[in-house]
Write a protein of this length. Structure first.
Ligand SMILES: NC(=O)c1ccc[n+]([C@@H]2O[C@H](COP(=O)([O-])OP(=O)(O)OC[C@H]3O[C@@H](n4cnc5c(N)ncnc54)[C@H](O)[C@@H]3O)[C@@H](O)[C@H]2O)c1
Length: 344
């Protein structure tokens, strides 16, 4: 294998915070396959089906808010930090908004300071949630943020990720820290916790339980296959032209929730009707849904030539095939909670 080109002149090591999670674990596999040396900082175990060459990845169990640990792991040989650590998912925002905020803000400050001291480049994983429910789609990176009241916990994620973005730009201005912000749009695929529309529907249908559909399923999303999201992340990591830039990372195919649930049914080979629910009675006033979520991806296409290329049908086929082969995932209880009561 050829030695890969370092992401920064400071060093070849890559630190991935939250690298045992869904997107992070796929990125870690891709980095390790390129011959890079990777450290993962995550309180969770690696996924059981993680495939990396022996010795390519160091697994450090820890909290990204632990500034001493973060400084220890980000050293002069760290060229790139990909900061994925986060509490993700509506169930988490509603269960523990304080930790959602604390990890986004405290964790980002910790990695920014360590990135500055090491001279490493940082990729911050942000989200389409920062646009809130702005009715003017598609959303370009400088589109307005339209959010509900602070009494609705669902906005805690959007607000804390946007604060992490502000911190990143402020840090760059004050200290010259090199950083790029990636706003991912509805990523799905193998290993995703069964708490999101695609993963939950796959998980339920494979167990013979009907899918759930909220508010008749008219809301739209642009589902992005995880391999495309990883390719975008690697393209950003390898570019020297995107420091200080925000990039939308998403598919441009807008489909309704009802359509995606039906498409998962087709991929599984199951045509049962979904159970209809409404978010008002399921979650109460702490929740508000977003009617349409569509990215304008012309910036990342123009700068890096990246576009999502995996069709929903292909991505779902691969996701379902993976799920059928991974009993550790299909056997999971989606409502399982840890000792604090948080989702696992
Ligand atoms: N999946 C998506 O559709 C999507 C969309 C937009 C943005 N994102 C962002 O991408 C990133 C990765 O998302 P994901 O879907 O892989 O989520 P995930 O929940 O699968 O992964 C997050 C990882 O962060 C780890 N983590 C949580 N608290 C931590 C802490 N205090 N210290 C260190 N690690 C901690 C978790 O253990 C987990 O492994 C997140 O920052 C998320 O906000 C994801």
């Amino acid at each position: 294998m050829n030695t890969p080109i370092p992401f920064s002149r400071h060093g070849e090591h890559v630190l991935v915070t939250g690298g045992h999670g869904f997107i992070g674990s796929h990125l870690v596999e891709a980095l390790a396959a390129e011959g890079r040396r990777v450290t993962v900082l995550d309180p969770a175990d690696p996924p059981p089906d993680l495939v990396v060459p022996a010795g390519a990845v160091r697994h450090v169990r820890g909290d990204v808010r632990d500034t001493t640990l973060v400084r220890k792991e980000i050293t002069a040989t760290t060229g790139l930090i990909v900061h994925f650590s986060s509490l993700v998912g509506v169930d988490q925002y509603l269960y523990d908004p304080l930790d959602v905020i604390d990890i986004a803000v405290g964790g980002t400050r910790a990695v920014l300071d360590a990135a500055r001291d090491a001279g490493a480049k940082l990729l911050l994983a942000s989200t389409s949630e920062v646009y809130g429910r702005n009715p003017d789609t598609p959303w370009a990176e400088d589109s307005a943020r339209v959010l509900g009241p602070t009494t609705a916990d669902r906005w805690s994620y959007s607000t804390s990720k946007a604060t992490a973005e502000h911190m990143t730009f402020a840090h760059a201005r004050r200290y010259g820290t090199r950083a790029t912000v990636l706003r991912y749009f509805n990523v799905y695929g193998p290993r995703q916790r069964p708490a999101y529309v695609v993963s939950n529907t796959v998980h339920r249908l494979l167990r013979g339980v009907p899918a759930l559909l909220y508010d008749r399923g008219d809301q739209t999303r642009c589902f992005t296959y995880v391999r495309d999201a990883v390719e975008a992340t690697l393209a950003v990591a390898s570019s020297s032209r995107v420091d200080g830039v925000v990039l939308n990372v998403g598919s441009e195919r807008e489909i309704t929730m009802a359509e995606i649930v039906r498409a998962v049914g087709d991929a599984v080979g199951c045509r049962s009707d979904p159970v209809l629910l409404d978010t008002g009675s399921a979650f109460g006033s702490v929740y508000e849904d977003i009617p349409r979520r569509v990215p304008d991806t012309s910036r990342i296409a123009g700068l890096l030539g990246w576009r999502a290329t995996t069709s929903v049908e292909q991505g779902l086929r691969e996701t379902v095939a993976w799920a059928r082969a991974n009993e550790w995932w299909t056997g999971q209880d989606p409502d399982e909670r840890d000792e604090r009561g948080a989702a696992r």
